[in-house]
Write a protein that binds this ligand. Structure first.
Ligand SMILES: [Zn+2]
Length: 111
């Protein structure tokens, strides 16, 4: 879904992040997707220590493919320099066409 339906979208907000990378370039790079079965939040990253790793939780996987894809793009935005306190990472979902009345973009998410 990421490559087939999202990467071709302009996603202009994504490459405006401090890292300057496009979603397309990140989608074809070597990113490790780690699974956290302990639950908790949707996903997380530690870009300074693990710049090529994202973590997706079991909760996110249970929420369905669009939530999973939205979280994946959100966490990639952190690897591309989005900070952990503003709306910057989540905002990339809107720019990548991941906004509908039912999600996955969430205007209330910070961090
Ligand atoms: Zn975040």
């Amino acid at each position: 879904m990421l490559v087939g339906r999202i990467v071709g979208y302009p996603c202009t907000s994504f490459n405006r992040l401090p890292g300057g990378r496009t979603l397309q370039s990140m989608a074809v790079s070597s990113i490790w997707i780690n699974y956290d079965a302990s639950g908790g939040s949707w996903g997380w990253t530690m870009p300074s220590a693990f710049p090529d790793d994202i973590v997706i939780t079991g909760y996110t996987c249970r929420m369905g493919r669009w939530s999973l894809l939205g979280t994946f793009v959100h966490e990639l935005a952190h690897l591309n320099g989005a900070d952990g306190f503003s709306h910057a990472a989540e905002e990339t979902l809107r720019g990548c066409g991941l906004q509908s009345p039912r999600g996955p973009y969430d205007p209330s998410i910070r961090g």
